[in-house]
Design a protein around this ligand. Structure first.
Ligand SMILES: [Zn+2]
Length: 98
């Protein structure tokens, strides 16, 4: 588990997630990876029929990063709307808020 990284344009400084080949703001192809940093949970919900192998319900939130992008992530039970969080990315490809 490591901190989620997002892309940032080297021309206009726009940040985005998920990955793209070109900046959605100016179309430049030169970008760098930067830590996602902190964000705020804007909405949260339970998914009772998730694709998880164990079929257990999962809690998802939309997190507005301070850098701009919105990221959908799994939430721990004590994390809800309005809470400040950081995002981790696991080897399983799942993004988790803490
Ligand atoms: Zn750009």
């Amino acid at each position: 588990m490591s901190e989620l990284e997002i892309q940032q344009c080297l021309r206009c400084s726009a940040a985005w997630f998920p990955d793209r080949l070109r900046c959605p703001g100016c179309g430049a192809r030169k970008w760098q990876r930067v830590p996602a940093g902190e964000g705020t949970v804007e909405q949260d919900t339970w998914v009772h029929r998730p694709p998880a192998p164990d079929g257990a319900p999962v809690r998802l939130g939309s997190i507005r990063l301070d850098a701009g992008p919105i990221v959908i992530a799994r939430l721990q039970e004590d994390v809800g709307t309005g809470r400040r969080v950081r995002l981790d990315s696991g080897a399983d490809g799942v993004v988790r808020a803490r």
